[in-house]
Design a protein around this ligand. Structure first.
Ligand code: FAD
Length: 489
């Protein structure tokens, strides 16, 4: 048997990286194919893993490689889902099984579009699936948006969830009032993080830095009132009942609503479809003051029919002192009702504004079609328009809405479309493809240090060990260099 030292660099790279389950031991790369399909997926979030899962389950010979920009897998399950929702993160177990499938290979720390182009992937694989999510935040496009004290929900969530590029955010939490723009689940996650008692957060928080006693941490926060602003009315609110119930039951807080905003809502209840009816009943209960604790020291509330028009500066014009909102009325009814400005405005004082009006996908590569208005890759059931062999799934396919289950269903749809194309002979499987062999050669030449799933498991073990010392499930590593160092030991 040759020692590892004697093995050529590429072979050593492959044997170290392309491994199956412990039961399967070290396996060969999903190498050169003359007949079986070689597919690669860009993005190791829910869409990437669910697409891979369905392909591997449905086709006995298919080989799937997943390329992920970070050394760590799972996308927003790790970096978006709130720390106090550990049950949602259980999908990681299913994704891990997929990554350990003998025909699946994970390559972390590979940024497609920078380290390797989509064209190079298309040359190496029979099919390429783009599942790279929505990494940007939608801008408000109003004066004052760049003042100190204004943050995107994406950066704020990234800060408390340990996204490497947001680790140093140090949000200014010195103001007593925060305004969150947007009324979806992400807005409610942020409100809950700002108002939750620290002893609750301490148990689940995998980023100690955010709750320790230091500048810009939740422990040092002065925020005791959070207003969650939406441009439409109570019947159009975008959150789900679980998130609203968590706000209603949040210890030490009570709702603060404007009764006039709920006129006619009780009468409309009987016409509503069941999920919307239940959500609205709970909202009414909160608005009528029958929720919250009598000893509450913190408040939260919705403000409806308001759109931001300006973030108002402090007297030295550096930081946020308040926000000007346009007052709207509704035209039409139900889910399709439109907000129309009445011409009135209203000013709110606040030192913290969090923009939670939505995430946005970006183009990955000039060769891939992209719709700049909808910020998605134009596609038909996951088949990228006008490019044979190129597919998409998840938020980059349908836009940044919906929960993990929605992403699962649309990823399965994309996988089914790809399998149909294989069946119909559209992917030219007789063409010899080099798969990850070709890509690994490129990565080596370009000095890119990719991280395998087994190496991620070393990072995972280190995080769990560090968390254990503090009585928590994990303490997240925040530095990419440190992650790679641990992966390679
Ligand atoms: P992502 O999860 O964003 O995954 C995309 C992956 O692609 C990422 O890992 C990214 O690093 C990678 N990538 C990006 N660019 C490149 C590149 N150039 N090369 C290689 N890789 C790249 N859903 C629930 O069901 N429950 C919840 O509690 C919940 N909470 C949420 C909280 C927040 C703050 C957010 C934003 C979303 C939440 N969701 C929740 C929704 C859920 O996270 C999404 O439905 C799901 O993550 C979308 O999956 P995706 O794979 O399309 O995108």
């Amino acid at each position: 048997m040759r020692s590892l030292r004697a093995v050529k660099p590429l072979e050593r790279f492959l044997s170290a990286r392309c491994v199956g389950t412990r039961a399967h031991g070290v396996r060969k790369l999903s190498s050169t194919s003359g007949s079986y399909p070689l597919v690669c997926i860009v993005g190791g979030g829910p869409a990437g893993f669910y697409t891979a899962q369905h392909l591997l389950k449905s086709h006995p010979d298919i080989h799937v490689d997943i390329y992920e920009r970070l050394p760590i897998p799972f996308g927003l399950v790790r970096f978006g889902v709130a720390p106090d929702h550990p049950e949602v993160k259980n999908v990681i177990n299913t994704f891990t099984q997929t990554a350990q499938h003998k025909h699946c290979c994970f390559f972390g720390n590979v940024n497609i579009g920078r380290d390797v182009s989509v064209k190079e992937l298309q040359e190496a694989y029979h099919a390429v699936v783009l599942s790279y999510g929505a990494e940007a935040n939608r801008r408000l496009g109003i004066p004052g948006e760049d003042l100190l004290g204004v943050y995107s929900a994406k950066d704020f969530v990234g800060w408390y969830n340990g996204v490497p590029c947001n680790k140093d955010l140090q949000p200014d939490l010195s103001s007593d009032t925060a305004v969150i723009l947007g009324q979806g689940n992400v807005a409610l996650d942020v409100a809950r993080m700002l108002l939750s008692p620290l002893d609750i957060l301490k148990v689940s928080f995998s980023r100690t830095h955010c709750i320790n006693k230091q500048k810009g941490s939740l422990m040092e926060s002065h925020v005791h009132k959070v207003l969650i602003v939406g441009r439409r009315g109570p019947l159009q609110m975008a959150c789900t009942i679980k998130e609203l119930r968590e706000m209603v039951n949040l210890p030490g807080t009570k709702p603060d609503m404007v009764t006039a905003e709920f006129e006619g809502i009780a009468e409309a209840l009987k016409e509503l479809p069941r999920p919307r009816k239940r959500l609205t009943e709970l909202l009414l209960k909160a608005a009528q003051g029958s929720a919250g604790s009598a000893q509450a020291t913190r408040q939260w509330g919705f403000r409806f029919l308001r759109s931001p028009v300006e973030i108002r500066p402090s007297s030295d014009v550096t930081r946020t002192a308040g926000i000007r909102l346009a007052v709207n009325r509704l035209e039409g009814s139900g889910e399709n009702a439109q907000a129309v400005p009445t011409g009135e405005v209203e000013d709110l004082q606040c030192g913290l504004v969090i923009n939670s009006i939505g995430y946005r996908s970006l183009p990955i590569d000039a060769t891939v079609p992209f719709d700049p208005h909808k910020a998605v890759i134009p596609n038909t059931v996951g088949r990228v328009e006008q490019v044979a062999g190129l597919y998409c799934s998840g938020w980059v396919k349908r836009g940044p809405t919906g929960v993990i289950a929605t992403t699962m269903n649309d990823s399965f749809d994309t996988a089914r479309a790809l399998l149909q194309d294989i069946e119909a002979g559209l992917l030219k499987l007789s063409t010899k493809k080099l798969g990850s062999k070709a890509i690994v050669t490129l990565l080596e030449k370009r000095g890119v240090n990719s991280v395998s799933f087994l190496e991620w498991e070393k990072i995972n073990a280190e995080e769990v060990k560090r968390g254990g010392r503090a009585g928590k499930p994990r303490e997240k590593l925040l530095d990419v260099e440190e992650m790679i160092k641990i992966a390679k030991t």
